[in-house]
Design a protein around this ligand. Structure first.
Ligand SMILES: *[C@@H]1O[C@H](CO)[C@@H](O)[C@H](O)[C@H]1NC(C)=O
Ligand SMILES: *[C@@H]1O[C@H](CO)[C@@H](O)[C@H](O)[C@H]1NC(C)=O
Ligand SMILES: *[C@@H]1O[C@H](CO)[C@@H](O)[C@H](O)[C@H]1NC(C)=O
Length: 402
């Protein structure tokens, strides 16, 4: 009897030792891999370790949010709050901060691939108090949203982003973990993500972070203008939208050098590209009448020929004060031609017209044969022959009238 009792206490001691080892290993496992475990697992099995881990996460989120609040206050110290045309009474930071019940100034660039939207987006992004929703439809692939059924998900996502409701965007965040460009164009957010990798794709964090920013910009290259009216209709959002247009010959020349484009007809077929330009024109004529203070058109070529004046106009339209960092961005990004193909460091006066030398006249003819209507509407002149193509100035005036 006594021998058995002794051995059973030995066994139970051994068992509890093993238990400790197991618990310790689990702890270490979770601490090491806490970044990778998904929210799903987290909600199903709440171990004490995870409660502790969640608390650490919350503490880190809190710390970054407080830090960013201070950065924004400093950046906006001598900011000139411009009078807003849409009835917003803006006199302080709080009026623009969702966190304090305010409404941010929301701006949109609606464009298509390779139409200079990265450059225009960066001009806005150069403002240190701007939160840049970069291409919210990235996970749609190389496709254009022209109507239902795709428009339903697009509208849902865009509304969630503009309202900083990232808990409605878990699949978008999930996509971002392996496609960092979902966030890395957003300078302010990406800076924090670099030093706080653990919370970067946490919906709670991004929601709180987003709600701090007084200026929120968005670039869309997959949504056609006729679908975008839901944004202008929602008066409480106060969205200001710019349609960015580019010569189809420039678009298609630039896209030839992207390996993701030729496979997709929405991107590479001249007839489709120009049908979109025509449909955008019709919607633009309509919106210009319906939403004169909230909608505007810019041709990439016009913008590039005079980036300073046009940036000032753009900022005025969006209701933004031109920050000194924006001027600095223009000084350093528009004069010389250096950097890679996707670079925004370029000579802005020649970049829009590269196609005249890069395309053979036969290619230009092929595009023009299906694009003459789109080109007439948007004021782009036809090239008549090989020599003419190399020398002529493609821009004419255009009028938003049907
Ligand atoms: C969780 O964090 C808060 C501070 O944010 C702290 O007051 C609290 O004691 C923590 N709770 C646990 C269980 O660690
Ligand atoms: C704007 O707000 C200020 C202070 O909050 C107030 O004095 C002023 O009357 C308001 N203006 C309008 C047009 O609502
Ligand atoms: C090309 O077109 C221009 C303008 O119409 C014309 O003056 C010129 O003679 C043409 N050149 C050739 C080689 O056909």
């Amino acid at each position: 009897m006594s021998r058995r009792r002794v051995s059973s206490t030995k066994i139970s001691k051994r068992l509890s030792f093993f238990g400790l080892v197991v618990v310790a290993s689990i702890c270490i496992f979770f601490l090491v891999f806490n970044q990778r475990t998904s929210n799903y697992i987290e909600h199903r099995f709440q171990s004490p370790v995870q409660i502790y881990r969640n608390n650490l996460t919350q503490m880190e989120i809190h710390e970054v949010i407080e830090m960013q609040k201070k950065i924004l206050e400093r950046e906006l110290e001598d900011y000139n709050y411009p009078l807003d045309k849409t009835g917003l009474n803006v006199s302080s930071f709080d009026d623009l901060m969702m966190e304090k019940g305010g409404r941010p100034m929301r701006s949109i660039i609606l464009a298509t691939w390779r139409s200079g939207s990265t450059f225009l987006g960066d001009v806005l992004q150069a403002h240190p108090a701007n939160f840049y929703h970069y291409e919210p439809l990235l996970d749609f692939g190389i496709t254009q949203v022209r109507g239902s059924p795709m428009s339903h998900r697009a509208i849902k996502n865009i509304n969630a982003l503009f309202n900083c409701q990232y808990h409605k965007l878990e699949s978008y965040l999930y996509f971002g973990r392996t496609h960092p460009w979902v966030f890395n164009h957003n300078t302010q957010l990406w800076r924090q993500c670099q030093s706080h990798k653990r919370i970067c794709w946490n919906s709670d964090f991004v929601t709180k972070f987003c709600r701090l920013f007084p200026f929120q910009s968005m670039k869309l290259v997959r949504l056609r203008l006729k679908v975008a009216e839901f944004l202008l209709k929602q008066k409480k959002l106060g969205v200001r939208m710019v349609l960015l247009v580019r010569d189809p010959r420039g678009l298609l020349q630039s896209r030839k050098h992207r390996d993701w484009c030729p496979k997709s007809p929405d991107c590479s077929e001249p007839a489709r590209v120009c049908a979109d330009l025509v449909s955008d024109y019709e919607a633009a004529v309509n919106y210009k009448k319906k939403y004169p203070n909230n909608f505007m058109v810019v041709r990439y070529e016009d913008f590039s020929l005079d980036p300073y004046t046009n940036t000032e106009n753009l900022y005025k339209f969006y209701g933004l004060d031109l920050h000194k960092k924006v001027k600095y961005f223009l000084d350093t990004h528009t004069s010389r031609d250096f950097g890679g193909v996707s670079s925004t460091f370029r000579n802005s006066k020649t970049a829009p017209f590269h196609w005249r030398n890069d395309l053979a006249f036969e290619e230009v003819e092929e595009i023009q044969s299906v694009c003459s209507n789109a080109m007439r509407l948007w004021g782009y002149q036809l090239a008549l022959n090989h020599t003419h193509q190399k020398e002529f100035h493609p821009l004419m005036d255009y009028q938003l009238e049907l």
